[in-house]
Design a protein around this ligand. Sequence first.
Ligand SMILES: Nc1ncnc2c1ncn2[C@@H]1O[C@H](COP(=O)(O)OP(=O)(O)OP(=O)(O)O)[C@@H](O)[C@H]1O
Ligand SMILES: [Mg+2]
Length: 368
Amino acid sequence: MTSIDELLAERHIVVCTGAGGVGKTTASAALALRAADAGRKAIVCTIDPARRLAQSLGLETLDNEPHAVDSSAFKRKKPKGELWAMMLDMKRTFDDMVLGMTSRERAEAILANPFYQHISSTLAGTQEYMAMEKLWELHEEGRWELIVIDTPPTRNALDFLDAPRRLTDFLEGRFLRLMLWPYIKGVQGGFKVFGAGARVALRAVNRITGSELLSDVADFFAAFEGMYDSFKSRAGRVKELLAAKRTAFVIVTAPTEPSLREARFFADRLRAEGMPIGGVVVNRTHAVPDATGLEDPRALAERVGEGPLADALAVFADWRTVARREERLLAEELAGLGSLPVWRVPDLADDVNDAAALREVGALLAAD
Ligand SMILES: Nc1ncnc2c1ncn2[C@@H]1O[C@H](COP(=O)(O)OP(=O)(O)OP(=O)(O)O)[C@@H](O)[C@H]1O
Ligand SMILES: [Mg+2]
């Protein structure tokens, strides 16, 4: 079974994924820091990190650029390697992608288009796709040995796998373009015609896009003409990168039934897509050690009578019940995941938002 340290030493890309609120951002930052401590040049690309975590990584501004984490963040123990961090700005990533795909003039026309501005921040799946786009850019820059990517809290944790396709389908917009074709041709030919057909189309477009102006929509698609291929081939290359041998998906889950179900569903889906799964992080577990002589804490509590000792014994009994139930649940659900490495992190007393706490999480991951 691979340890987390082996994984961090061997892989070039680690994608932390899982249901909302399970600890993806925490795990991403902890893994990148652990790799940096081990001597690697690592970057973590976070998505909406909690404010205090962002501050401690020096990410006070959302500028969509990687920063070397300031050495003051690490107190006395500086990493042997390097830790870089960034916060994903989905809109800026989308803009940069457009800028990189076409002439400056045409890109600027697209960026200034109200319909583009609307879809680039609201279209379902865009955030997921932009996280993957950023991953591609960081990989292309070639400056980091390890790139750890956090993923957005999606209701459906699989969205980012479908996002490129959904987005290209949309941009390719067979349906939209079919309806708008006469109008697009008009824009390209330099004259704008608004017929009854266009008005019908407008109503349909409004329903789909929420955009007010048919002309914006048509201008957008006209400007996007010829870019579909670059868009599609980019999406294809991102997918190849995700499926590469030196990539690992780490599925983060809480020790609860719904979250473990989702993890299992996710593992199945990743396998079906041919994506390499590195392992599963079960975060915030509740282990209660068995104590000799305390096989039946409730009986003992009754014997000692009312008082602080009985209360403490009752708390111990409750926690042990929770822990045992969790243990059974994990045994059942994890068996269904196939033979994947599993790393557990206990529920810590405090939130994880500085280097010391991240290191603690990293050490717990490595110890399991
Ligand atoms: N093992 C742990 N012990 C205690 N607190 C933890 C632990 N792991 C994470 N947390 C805390 O739980 C909260 C949620 O964690 P995190 O932000 O990493 O989850 P997430 O999966 O990224 O959430 P989202 O889906 O909203 O992006 C944070 O406040 C974090 O500090
Ligand atoms: Mg998060």
